[in-house]
Design a binder for this molecule. Structure first.
Ligand code: 4AD
Ligand code: MG
Length: 463
């Protein structure tokens, strides 16, 4: 019977049964005694399964001896208890079919056992065959499913907000334009600028930076909703935490305030961490051993403890009085830099911390103004090693206050968003969770470029 590597290693077939596995060679070793050992992986488990191939097979000399790392094979034989240590079962092969050859073993780009992550980024089409990227890929899948399951089980509707949009939710001007105009020779308006009325959408259009504004409309009808999809930002920051294309999870809840929002963030994170530890034991053991010695303990601590919650104002006091020299000086009113965020999460608290109530002037127009009129009901979840993984807020539900924070152009563009405050407005709140930053936190990997299959960064839209 056909089996996956995972099923065979987990003991889903009795020893003595005949099995067939299909996959790629991770390694091969030929012994002098006329036996070859082929390690086969198929993406289903962290470990490869070993096939013991005797020289008595018809194609042993003509083919088996010529195989090597990367070859695609179908191997049939008897499942037997493994002689070697480290794995439970192996296959005593009775047939090896080579489906796909590696045409030149010397030039196979990932033939060597160890490569740097920088190098592997240049081999995005082959890196999923390495054990690290196999593990990342499975954990990414488990996380995505855990997120969808959490929301489904808690009565949220999944809303597919548009990828092409006219609005800049965050107002940071980091938009990628979507256009079919001939940019070498665009139609001109009378004042000389580009005439977008002749463009495909008859107006300017962009890739979304956040589905929040659109999901708010569904929140104010369905009560509990979320988006989970790709998001785009033309931030020119070449850092280990920024991608031009990343995935974001954005829940939005009605009849809710900032504390409800923080409760939801905490509950969601605890749920997904629990699921990953249960479902991906093999991969997490690898990350613990090879990438970050504390990763499992760290996730367990998050699961077992309440999140620390702290006001921005308090955080600024802590940073000013901690005696540490920062590159960027701390004053009430500044947007915290990564060094500040990491100090708070890593050194001061030692666990994720929820910072709340930021100065209004550094935050987006849609965040609810607090009674002090100086701060807004915003929150960021800061994680040790990463910094911000979640950004959210209670939304301004009062039409007059909202409009006082919008300029004339924004008011016109977002007429429909203002409508939501005229027709049955209620307090509501939500947040955005960066999926790749979450995956880095869960695995201990350091660069978000290794948390997405094909990273898009400044200067790199192709490979
Ligand atoms: O803090 P941000 O900008 O919040 C929003 O977009 C809100 N509209 C979300 C909401 O309230 N519904 O982004 C949210 C999260 C960040 O905390 C970060 O984890 C991630 O998105 N993020 C990025 N991840 C990778 N690369 C980038 N360039 C990112 N920019 C933001
Ligand atoms: Mg933010």
């Amino acid at each position: 019977t056909f089996t996956t590597v995972a099923a065979a290693l987990k003991g889903e077939h009795a020893t003595g049964s005949q099995v067939t596995v299909k996959g790629w060679l991770r390694s091969k070793r030929d012994s002098k005694a006329g036996i070859s050992f082929l390690a086969v992986h198929d993406g289903t488990a962290f470990d490869a399964i070993q096939a013991v191939v005797p020289s008595t097979l018809d194609n042993y000399e003509s083919e088996v001896l010529k195989t090597g790392t990367g070859c695609a094979v179908v191997i049939s034989g008897e499942l037997v208890e493994s002689q070697g240590k480290g794995q439970s079962v192996e296959i005593q092969a009775s047939a090896v079919e080579v489906v796909g050859w590696v045409d030149d073993a010397e030039s196979y780009p990932i033939a060597k056992k160890r490569h740097t992550f920088e190098y592997l980024r240049t081999q995005a089409h082959l890196r999923p065959r390495t054990n690290t990227f196999g593990a990342i890929t499975r954990v990414r899948t488990t996380l995505a499913n855990a997120i969808h399951n959490y929301f489904h089980d808690n009565g949220f509707n999944w809303i597919n907000t548009p990828i092409i949009t006219g609005s800049d939710c965050e107002g940071a001007g980091e938009l990628f334009r979507v256009s079919t105009l001939d940019m070498a020779n665009p139609p001109r308006a009378e004042q000389g600028g580009v005439d977008f009325s002749e463009d495909f959408f008859h107006d300017e259009a962009f890739l979304t930076v956040s589905g929040q504004l659109e999901v708010e409309a569904y929140c104010l009808a369905m009560s509990k909703v979320y988006t989970f999809g790709p998001t785009f930002r033309a931030e020119n920051s070449n850092t280990s935490r920024h991608l031009a294309e990343f995935w974001m999870v954005e829940p939005e809840i009605a009849f809710a305030d900032l504390n409800d929002d923080a409760d939801l963030a905490e509950d969601l994170l605890k749920h997904v961490f629990t699921r990953v530890l249960e479902e991906r034991e093999d991969d997490m053991a690898f990350f613990q051993q090879r990438i970050d010695k504390t990763v499992i303990e760290r996730l367990q601590t998050v699961i077992d403890n309440n999140f620390e919650r702290m006001d921005y104002t308090e955080a600024v006091d802590i940073l000013k009085n901690c005696g540490k020299k920062f590159e960027f000086p701390v004053e009430w009113g500044i947007d915290l830099a990564s060094e500040h965020e990491r100090f708070l999460a890593e050194e001061h608290v030692g666990r994720p911390v929820v910072l709340m109530n930021y100065p209004r002037d550094i935050k987006a127009f849609y965040m609810r103004l607090n009674d002090d009129e100086k701060t807004v009901a915003a929150m960021d979840v800061l994680a040790p090693g990463i910094g911000e993984i979640i950004g959210g807020s209670q939304r301004e539900e009062r039409l007059d206050v909202l409009e006082s924070r919008m300029d004339a152009q924004l008011k016109e563009e977002l007429w429909w968003y203002r409508d939501l405050r005229r027709y049955g407005t209620v307090p509501h709140a939500g947040f955005g969770l960066g999926f790749e930053r979450l995956l880095n936190y869960v695995t201990g990997m350091e660069n978000v470029r290794d948390a997405i299959p094909y990273p898009r960064t400044p200067g790199n839209a192709h490979f």
